[in-house]
Design a protein around this ligand. Sequence first.
Ligand SMILES: [Zn+2]
Length: 321
Amino acid sequence: MLLGNEMEIEMNYIVFDLEWNQPWNKPAPGTLGNEVIQIGAVKVDESAKPVAEFDRMIRPVHHKKLHPYVKKLTGLRSADVARGGSFHEAVSDFRAWCGEEACFVTWGGEDVPVLKNHLSFCGLADDWLDPWIDLQRIFASQAGLGRQQKSLQFALEYFGMEQEKTFHDACNDARYTAQIMARLDMARGLAEYESLIAPEPKPGLRVMKTLTGLATRRDALRHEEVSQMLCPDCGALLDESRPWLSQPGRRYMRVVRCGEHGEFLERLKMTKTADGCLDATAMLFDAQEESLALYDRRAASRDEKRRARRANRPKPEQPRQ
Ligand SMILES: [Zn+2]
């Protein structure tokens, strides 16, 4: 990086990966969701050459027993992480090791939000993790895969690279990510990055609203921002007499109607956040023939299933005469 006085400052990339334990049950409000149990990182210079490594196991204090899924994924046992250091110590050492001029690089968009959530839960600063880059996006774009999210393993296979280290160990995954980074055109990736992460334009989209921190799906469906959409052409309250239909992946759709401007398609998509709450995006689209027909078909098949269930229900016994 060249500054005004033409003195060259080393810019380091901190390629890192986390492992975390997840709560066994839906976390109660005010408790920690995912708890970081390992930080693995590789420091690389501007020519993508690795110059140092960081690896730290962290003793969980909120969810001490490893979730079966986490055990299976990482091969760790509760006894392994119990020997780790404290989260405070690990992040303080990690931050010092990263240095001031750092740009963080991860595979996928989850690691930074999970670490930030854990930090802010502990009352620690989290702004030092900016800026950060999701290398998965740059890989997908340069491999001609558009916006597909591919695993580290996929990317290694794509480049014909060796996979002798086990996956889902934070340090190994960070090493793999750094190796993939070395194969990518980072100058181009960084120049294009904003457009790679920008939301895709959606044809026919008229209104988009985001809701955060919801407890249940019902809260989202009944939220007034969602249930009282206004006509984008005249501002009238839209008729919402037709039911929400659920679709796979926490998605819902329904047809709403303005007396003057006709039908619109409302879509609601929910995502689970690191702290176990729900964020929701409500979108209102111009109704296309195709989407109206799809809604009608789904509504009809739902009614059909309901009728069938009712028919199968045992009839109440008739009182004997
Ligand atoms: Zn209208």
